[in-house]
Design a protein. Sequence first.
Length: 216
Amino acid sequence: MKKSVVLLWVAIGLLVALGIGLAFSFYSFTQQAIAPITNTTNTLRTQVAKVLHPTPTILPDPVTIIHDVRSLARLETIQYSVEKIITAETGQEVFGPLFGDRLLFVAHGIVIAGIDMGLLEASNLDLKGGVLTVDLPDAEIFIATLDNEKSYVYDRDTGLFRKGEQNLETLARQAAEEEIYQAALEDGILDQAAINGEAYLLKFFNSLGFDTVLFE
């Protein structure tokens, strides 16, 4: 009787082991079978994502044309960082929601001003009685441009039956540069550029031995 019980338990153990082995083999076979399907699905998703959200490709022309080369002697004495909000729109009449086009452009710009020392000649310097009188050229704005890394289109609303105006963002950028230029002028950038230039040149002339310097 005991021998029969032992044999029974041995048989049960073998069946359990065989069942576990078969289950593991079936799981491995299933994974191997669906792996190509999973890989194909992932590949298809990647391709669809590339079509819906393509990565822009920039291809600069290898030919470079230099139009002009000039020598400069500019003393940059001040820099402004300016932010302006520009609204550019077209067709915003009664049927604006249908045929209009409107964008909101956040413009970050840089304005640099100073004195063009290339305009300073011997006739602009007068030394009398140990006093050096300097007739400085007027301060001017050298650069007023957008910082493209910080400037961006915040929002755009195109009418239901209208294709986006191709040049609208370009017009917004041009208007932004002009607004940035005018904002710096209104804030007195030229006056401050002249003051900073005189302070710098005073130190320069003092270092050359001119103790008394007057600017006109």
